[in-house]
Design a protein around this ligand. Structure first.
Ligand code: SF4
Length: 415
């Protein structure tokens, strides 16, 4: 059995057959996961500098020169890297007094930080499987984003105290701005107006306190709102799986979310787990938090301290031309961040370490191919709920691991 790295479910029951050093068959994974195990996705091209092929030593030398010459370098990515690599990368950022960030600064980082600070109650996916009777997907659609989430952890499995299964023991609730695939199978469906999530949170809190909801700006009627608040109040063990739909609507203003979690926990036992997209975003957040007290958007300074704030995020730093060299690790900002912003990477020396070719490798000055963790190299990772798992090496490869590449950079750069 090996762990799939296709999403932050990190399913640990995957069977893989290897023949002559190639993956021949994958069992138990969903289609997203199974596809990743076939090595046609792995970039086997050589290192490049300005498009010319180089060996690892030469490419690393160019990368080290770029980092040494930069006054304000920035390290970005690492959501799809092992904890070992993330730890090394934080060490490199500290040595370079660099900026550092991952995609959680424009997704779920703020919620994860609240969980670390214990102002939002959480639990494990095993707790959900064994205990949860009310399961709320809010702004998330796992049927498409995390395909085995419903069957392995939340709605369909029988758990220790949920032996009667989904038919009797669990209620699936879906809150979204559209009829998502997950909503189609939900018993309770709430289609709300875009960006009305904050108002909905307030109305639910009011309804739990006995006030009659004023629903006209939300898109669902008062009766449905009262039904929803009663359902949440009566849960024995409730869980909200928050998605990007909710995160984007709240715009990092999480006061209402904290308030509704507090209200529900006065009345019952309710938890929240963010549906993180990349398989080790949680690991990046925990690694950085344990060393700096922040989950993302930091700038190490020459006094050995760390500056933090939205202005230090990768996107804001790019917009305001705050860095003069970039190291991108296992990420593709050209595909994920608006082109008018991300294309600025092509105007500065950009080094990209990745196991696949992407639009970002195409505009990078230096490209250093890395082994694919979970296939060609192993390492520790954290699931969306913070549980640690191990990715395994199942195929031998001569490609350098991300951890070794970053170790070489640390050894090469001057202080
Ligand atoms: S749900 Fe995610 S971790 Fe599980 S098999 Fe599918 S892609 Fe892999």
């Amino acid at each position: 059995m090996v762990v799939c790295f296709g999403c932050s479910c990190l399913c640990d029951d995957i069977e893989v057959d290897i023949e002559s050093g190639e993956v021949k068959e994958v069992r138990n994974a969903c289609r997203i996961g199974a596809d990743l195990f076939f090595d046609r996705r792995v970039n086997r091209s050589k290192c490049t500098v300005d498009g010319d092929h180089k060996n690892y030593d030469d490419a690393l030398k160019y990368a080290i020169d770029i980092l040494n010459e930069a006054e304000n370098p920035f390290i970005y990515g690492l959501d799809c890297s092992t904890l070992e690599t993330q730890e090394k990368a934080v060490g490199l950022a500290r040595k370079l007094n660099a900026g550092m960030d991952d995609s959680s600064s424009f997704s779920d980082g703020a919620i994860v930080e609240k969980i670390f600070k214990k102002s939002i109650k959480t639990c494990t996916l095993e707790d959900v499987r064994n205990e949860s009777d009310v399961i709320v997907y809010w702004g998330s659609d796992p049927s498409n984003s995390h395909p085995r989430h419903l069957s392995k952890f939340s709605y369909f499995p029988r758990g220790e105290h949920r032996q009667k299964g989904w038919e009797i023991d669990r209620t699936l609730v879906c809150i979204d701005v559209r009829q998502s695939s997950t909503m189609k199978i939900s018993r309770k469906k709430y289609i709300i107006k875009p960006e009305s999530d904050k108002k909905l949170v307030g109305e639910i809190i009011d309804a739990m306190g006995g006030k009659v909801p004023q629903s006209h700006e939300i898109g669902i009627d008062a009766k449905k709102l009262i039904d929803l608040s009663n359902l949440l109040k009566k849960a024995r063990h409730g869980i909200i799986f928050s998605g990007m739909g909710l995160t984007c609507a709240l715009k990092n203003d999480l006061g209402g979310l904290e308030a509704i979690m507090e209200k529900m926990n006065e009345l019952t036992d309710f938890h929240l787990i963010p549906m993180l997209e990349h398989y080790n975003t949680r690991g990046f957040n925990e690694t950085l938090y344990s060393r700096t007290g922040y989950v993302n958007s930091v700038k190490f300074n020459s006094k050995g301290a760390t500056d933090h704030g939205p202005e230090h995020s990768f996107v804001e730093s790019l917009i305001h031309n705050k860095f003069d060299a970039a190291l991108i690790v296992g990420s593709d900002p050209l595909s994920n961040i608006p082109y008018s912003i991300s294309n600025k990477l092509s105007k500065i020396p950009t080094i990209t370490i990745d196991s696949v070719n992407t639009p970002t490798t195409a505009i990078s000055k230096v490209v250093i191919p890395s082994a694919k963790d979970g296939i060609e190299s192993k390492g520790r990772v954290l699931r969306m709920d913070g549980i640690e798992l191990n990715l395994e090496k199942i195929i031998d490869s001569s490609v350098m691991t991300e951890e070794k590449i970053i170790t070489a950079l640390i050894e090469g750069v001057s202080v």
